[in-house]
Design a protein around this ligand. Structure first.
Ligand SMILES: [Zn+2]
Length: 298
C-alpha cells in the first residue's frame, strides 16, 4: 500500500484549512492538489523536513481548478512537474485570466494575499484527464473519477483503497465539528453533487483524504461522514430553493441567515473562524445568488 502523506499548508496562517497529499512512487514524488501559490514556501519547508525539494515532485494531480486547489501548480510545473486535471479545467490552468477574474469578484483586494501569484502553465506541462483514466506511475496507478456538483470539472482520484476527495466530500476541518458543503459560483448543482457522493460511497474506500482537511479512515467513519455531507447539502439546497427566494428584504439579511445556517452545520463555535477562512459565508451567498439567477429565477 502506497502511503499518502498529509501535509498541512497552514493557509493564511490557519492550521488545518488546506492540505495536500504526497506519495512516493518509482516515477518520482506525486502530489495531490498543489494548494495556492501563497503556500508554496510552506510546501517547500515541509518537503525539506522529509529530505525532498520542490523539483522532486514529478506529477501533480489537481481535483479541480479553484485557486485553493490549483494556484500553486504553475510553480511546480516550472520546477519540472507534469500537471494533471479534468480536461475542462486544463484551459484555465493554461490561461488563468477568466479564473482570476471570477475569483476577484469574491476575494477582491485579498486575491494576492490569499492565493499568491497565479500564472499560466505551458501545454507541454499539462495532461488532460477524462472519467476513468488510469495513470501508471511506476507500480502505482491513479484513477480519475468524474464527480460533478461542486464544479463542472471535478475529479476525485483513487489510489488502491484511498480516495483523494477534493471538495466533493465537503469541508470538515476537525473531528469535533461538522461537514459543510463548499458552494462557490458558478457550477454548484445539488443533484449531480448527491450523485457524486453516491459514486464515492460505492467505491467503499478505506481512506478518504479531504483537502479541507485530513484523512478519514475506516468504512463506518467514512459512511457517516458522507451521510452527514449528503444531509447538509440537502439543507443548503432547501435553503436556496425555499428560503433565499423570500429574502428580498435585502442581501444583508440573506447573508446573516446563511451564515447562521452554515454555523449550525459547523456546530462547534471554537472552529467557526477556521471554517470561515476557507469557506466564507459571503462566497457561499455568491454561489447561491448565481445558482438562483441561473436555475430558479428564470
Ligand atoms: Zn472548490
Amino acid at each position: 500500500m502506497k502511503k499518502l502523506l498529509s501535509i498541512d499548508l497552514n493557509f493564511n496562517n490557519v492550521p488545518r484549512t488546506i492540505g495536500t497529499y504526497l506519495m512516493e512512487t518509482e516515477a518520482g514524488l506525486v502530489l495531490f492538489e498543489s494548494g495556492p501559490q501563497s503556500c508554496t514556501q510552506t510546501l517547500k519547508t515541509q518537503l525539506g523536513t522529509l529530505g525532498y525539494q520542490l523539483s522532486d515532485i514529478k506529477h501533480v494531480f489537481i481535483t479541480h481548478i479553484h485557486l485553493d486547489h490549483s494556484a500553486g501548480a504553475w510553480e511546480l510545473a516550472n520546477n519540472g512537474a507534469m500537471i494533471y486535471a479534468h480536461e475542462k479545467g486544463i484551459t484555465h490552468l493554461h490561461d488563468p485570466e477568466k479564473l482570476i477574474r471570477s475569483a476577484t469578484r469574491i476575494y477582491k483586494d485579498q486575491m494576492e494575499a490569499l492565493w499568491g501569484t497565479v500564472k499560466g502553465i505551458p501545454h507541454e506541462r499539462l495532461r488532460p484527464l477524462t472519467d476513468g483514466d488510469e495513470i501508471k506511475l511506476g507500480e502505482s496507478v491513479v484513477t480519475a473519477i468524474e464527480t460533478l456538483g461542486h464544479a463542472g470539472h471535478h475529479h476525485i482520484y483513487k489510489i488502491e483503497d484511498s480516495i483523494i476527495a477534493g471538495d466533493i466530500a465537503g469541508v470538515r476541518l476537525f473531528e469535533t465539528a461538522g461537514v459543510v458543503p463548499p458552494a462557490p459560483p458558478p457550477d454548484l448543482l445539488i443533484e449531480p453533487w448527491q450523485e457524486s457522493i453516491k459514486k464515492l460511497k460505492s467505491l467503499a474506500p478505506a481512506k478518504l483524504c479531504l483537502t479541507h482537511f485530513g484523512t478519514i479512515e475506516g468504512n463506518a467513519a467514512i459512511t457517516k461522514h458522507l451521510d452527514d455531507m449528503s444531509r447538509t447539502l440537502d439543507t443548503l439546497g432547501a435553503w436556496m430553493h425555499e428560503t433565499f427566494p423570500l429574502a428580498e428584504a435585502g442581501r444583508d439579511k440573506a447573508l446573516a441567515e446563511l451564515t447562521a445556517l452554515l454555523r449550525g452545520m459547523i456546530g462547534n463555535e471554537a472552529h467557526i473562524a477556521a471554517y470561515e477562512t476557507i469557506n466564507p459565508p459571503e462566497m457561499t451567498l455568491m454561489g447561491v445568488e448565481y445558482y438562483y439567477n441561473k436555475h430558479i429565477a428564470r
